[in-house]
Design a binder for this molecule. Sequence first.
Ligand code: GDP
Ligand code: MG
Length: 598
Amino acid sequence: VPAVRIRNFCIIAHIDHGKSTLADRLLQATGTVEDRQMKEQFLDNMDLERERGITIKLQAARMNYTAKDGQQYVLNLIDTPGHVDFSYEVSRSLVACEGALLVVDASQGVEAQTLANVYLALESNLEIIPVLNKIDLPGAEPERVIGEIEEIIGLDCSGAILASAKEGIGINEILEAVVERIPPPPNTINERLRALIFDSYYDSYRGVIVYFRVMDGTVKKGDRIHLMASGKEFEIDELGVLSPTQKQVDELHAGEVGYLGAAIKAVADARVGDTITLSKAKAESPLPGYAEANPMVFCGMFPIDADQFEDLREALEKLELNDAALHYEPETSSAMGFGFRCGFLGLLHMEIVQERLEREYNLDLIITAPSVIYKVITVKGEELYIDNPSRLPSPNDREKIEEPYVQVEMITPETYVGSLMELSQNRRGIFKDMKYLAQGRTTLTYELPLAEVVTDFFDQMKSRSRGYASMEYHIIGYRENPLVKLDIMINGDPVDSLAMIVHRDKAYNVGRAMAEKLKELIPRHQFKVPIQASIGSKVIASEHIPALRKDVLAKCYGGDISRKKKLLQKQAKGKKRMKSVGTVDVPQEAFMAVLRLD
Ligand code: GDP
Ligand code: MG
């Protein structure tokens, strides 16, 4: 196909605004997928994604479309993930496109995540086509939402398309607009090969399958390729396009989107953002914008049964083949035994990995509360990065501690502004900006310590706004703060996996709340269990769990059968998720107690 008849585009949308439904309609309307083989939501095919209603992985689809001008076009739709944790992947898939459909639910409006992605698209000079979706809904107010898009983004909406992905309204207009308004890729077929990796996944039979956009030159099956960031070389044994299932071809040219297999062992060897070139005719410089995915959130993962340690290691090794952003290293905890310290892009990424380990690998794990990376300058002038609070150097050895800060943007109905400001202030937030939008909606901007966001900020924001507010955040750098280490002792022993780093001004309250929460969460034992919170050698909070009274069980045996059953059921359920810390059984919830203090 000549470049002039190719259009590469993606869809930017907030969750639930209809991206997947629209993508399906486009595939159907172009005959790419026949109606009868149309699985519901073809593009979102990971189980986890569908269950959570989120898009995690990027994929692409190539469609043939005969436009009103009578010409046949190739339209490549590149799907983007819809969550902040994966914004780097979003940025790479945008760079692979010349245009974007901005899909906004006409009964809702612009949301924070949509904004973040539109700004990324504008930075990459993409042609943006606004699509007001769900106009079939009685509550749809396309005019109001168009006003909002113009006001917030400053985007000309005179050519906005009114659509209903569900009812199939506006689909042809969208396809025509893609052809007419999105520019074709530049014709750089005669330059040296440069192809941008925007996604990859591990296949146990074929090795890593790489999705790419050819930016310059030509790539052929059998070519020996060189990856400019990883420095690795491979021979292409499979080359193809996604229509949307994989279909092999012999070569792909500048402007085209495709996939390749080359016996690549792990996705870390062919990362998103890397540039593919030819070994025998290397490009002079890689495509701009490559960055390593840096984990921001860390937690400990320990098998409940120590015998599962090797299984956990194997499972992490397998997941790593498919997830270049997952980091892990062995961790030994005096309280928990052998496990791993794992690093993630964000909380969602962390939850996805945990869930896969438990579901797909049948592991029973205890997971410790999420932590960020602290930067410590020692008295000797060394710079240390601490991803595990229990490893924080003692106050005598450290000069200062810095913690990562993020800028958080929230969009909310005006009624919840007060409550969200209170939440942000409680989390040590620094107010930056507030803007009134049309129709009683407001944007709020705060700078917050990442540590305060990775606890339950998102859930709190959702519950305080009855689900109406949305947020987006990005890292803005490290800042010094008077932080201290809070230790928790159970039955007289410090539990390293419960140690946390908190702001000095909050330490007393957090310590007291932790001790109370643990008292609630840890079951009674045959003996009295003291619980203490301390800073250094100073105990700041002290509680105890009274010993079980023998007659409690005796009473059960005596009479009330259903109560006894309940008690035993509760025990059985609890057992699965308990870790013995010394002689005390501590349930999973206790390790996450810090997330549920208020
Ligand atoms: P995504 O999260 O952006 O991929 O959104 P989905 O495509 O999964 O759609 C979210 C929900 O909105 C689903 O229940 C869809 O059936 C529904 N939906 C999508 N488009 C429309 C539309 O045009 N009209 C109506 N009424 N519902 C729609
Ligand atoms: Mg979707």
